[in-house]
Each structure stands twice: as structure tokens, then as C-alpha cells.
Write a protein that binds this ligand. Sequence first.
Ligand code: MG
Length: 378
Amino acid sequence: MNRRKFLRNTSLAALALSSPISLSAIGSPTKKVGRSGHLNLSFSPYELKLQHAFNLAKYSRTTTPDVQVQIEFDGIIGYGEASMPPYLGESVESVTRFLSKLDLAQFTDPFRIEEIHEYMESIAPNDRAAKASIDIALHDVVGKIMGQPWYKIWGLSHEKSPNTSFTIGIDTAEVVRKKVEETAPYKVIKVKMGLDNDKELVEIIRSMTDKPICVDANQGWNDKEKALEMCHWLAERNCIFVEQPMPKEMIDETAWLRERSPLPIVADEFLQRLTDIARAKGVYDGINIKLMKSTGMHEAYKMAVQARAQGMKVMLGCMTETSCAVTAAGQLAPMVDWADLDGNLLIANDIFDGIKIIDGQVTVPADRPGIGVIPINR
Ligand code: MG
């Protein structure tokens, strides 16, 4: 098939699939009465089923609670999502409660994203994943009105997206070996750490591949001397950075570690939003931005700009999410140093087509407007 024919077929398929769909397939939808020329919100719980049990330093789980969101504006549907891993403190109940309080129908212009965020802040100070779901759906509507994907609206270059890492959780030696085999399409491996067998995990991986490793200790190291010893040991084994090595409250110890560590130290649990970045200076070398922490794409973009202005590295991460939120995050990927956008690959019941990993690189659909997704499997 020649390129023109391929593009025409792709856009026809996109048009056919992007027509309004019923949320009834994924749960009982909560829909407010739609009015033309106004933003009309509907949402529905959707439990994400994980491919493998997800084992971290602090807990293990096989599902992630999630709420799927749609905003309709004059026949255009924007898709959004709130994913709520337990440690963030949100739930289907809290997200549903927050979304039920919103009166989005008062807005007649979806381009007023900043104003809609101010309105959401006035409703409640936290509820970050719930706010992200609205933000993502709004960006989808606006991008579709403009007929452009967000990386283009932001003026970014598609081909500058970094390689994404593929995550290997804490597990038995046998499972880790199997997971390393699954990392074949990726050029970077991310390892979850924070238990007694940290070195053993890395040694298993190193016996199978030389690919660079990103380490995420998920606050699992409590002793700064031992953490420093680990950083030196990891640096000798082609590891490229360490994410959240110590508990987020251990600020002085983390600053001590950062001064001496041969590897960059990246903040994840320590930091949620734009206003937290100033506190990270001198304590961390970089920040991990996630849409579910940042209240969505609008603030995530500002965070990337702010971190850069402070001379910090920027990493882009995600939760276990469908391709909806992961593809929305992928629009920002050309701005960042490191990407960890594999959350959609960790679930067994994705309901969107969107971001792809091509030759190890994060790749959002180049010409698909909005956040770049099409609903599937419904
Ligand atoms: Mg992390």
C-alpha cells in the first residue's frame, strides 16, 4: 500500500472509530444532560487487570481502580482517565464524588483550560487523578477542534522522544529471567528495588543483557551510607539513574546522597505538582512527572519547563493506565530526558489504541489529533 493510500485508510478508520461510543460497555455511566455549545461530562468506573502481579517495596496488587471520562462538545468526544494506584490516596469513590461536584456545562469554550483548572482547584485542593481525567479529555477535545496532536501544538518534534524503559518488578529469579526476555523490544530496562535481593536482581539481568538499567527504589532504602554504596555498585553496572532511593521525608539524607552519588537521583513520590519543584532543588537532580500526580497535561508541561529552568533533568512516567492516559503523556515525551511509559503494556484489558513503542522509542500517532487515541475492544 502506498503512503497516501495508507494515510487515507488510517484517517478513515480513525473517523469511523472516533464517533461517540457508549460507556455502558465499561460500567454504568454517570452522564449529565448534554447541551450543545457546552462541555458535557460523563464518566464510568473501569477496573484495570494487570498482566502480572505488581510487586513493589511497599505492597503487591493484581488490579488498579480506574475511572474513564468523556467530555462531549458539539459532537466532538474527548477521552480522559483517572488511574488510582492505592498509595496516592484516591479511589473510585473519591474520583466519582469529585466529578459529580463539577458543573462543566457552565463552560462554553473548551480552550479555557487554565480557567477550568482554577475552577477545579476551587472545588477541592487534592483529587489530582480526578482533575487529570478532566484535563486529558479537555486536551483531546481542543486538539480535535484544531485538527492537531498536542506535541505539534506545543511545537515539539516527534522524533526527539527518548527510548522508553520497560519495568521489571520485584520477583523471584525465575520470573525476573522471564521478564528480561520480554524486554527484547526495549533499549532500557527499569528495575523496581527496595528489598534485600536488590543486587541479585541486577546480577540476573546483567547475566542476560548489557542494556542500560534505570533503578526505582520506591523509597525502599533507609540508610544513606548503604544507599550510597548501592549507587556506586549500580554505576559500575551501567545503571543510569536512581529514582526515589529513600523515603520522601528523608530530605537531608537524600541531599547528602545526591552530593556524593555517581548517578543522578530522581524524585518521584517526593513530588507531585508544579509548586513542589522548588523544594526539590539541591535534593534531587531530576523529577519524575506523571499526569495522575500533576493534575494532567496542562501542569505537566509547566513542570517540565520549570524543572529545565532550574537545571534539573526531566523524566516522564505513568501509572498502570490504559493507552488513553499513557498516550496523552506521550505527547510530552519529546521534552524529556527519560521516559517510562509502559503502564498500558502492564494491563490485560486496554480499551484504546494509541502510543506504540517503535524501535524502543515512545511513539504517539504522528497525525492523529488530540491526545492521539481511538477507542477499541468495547
Ligand atoms: Mg517511581
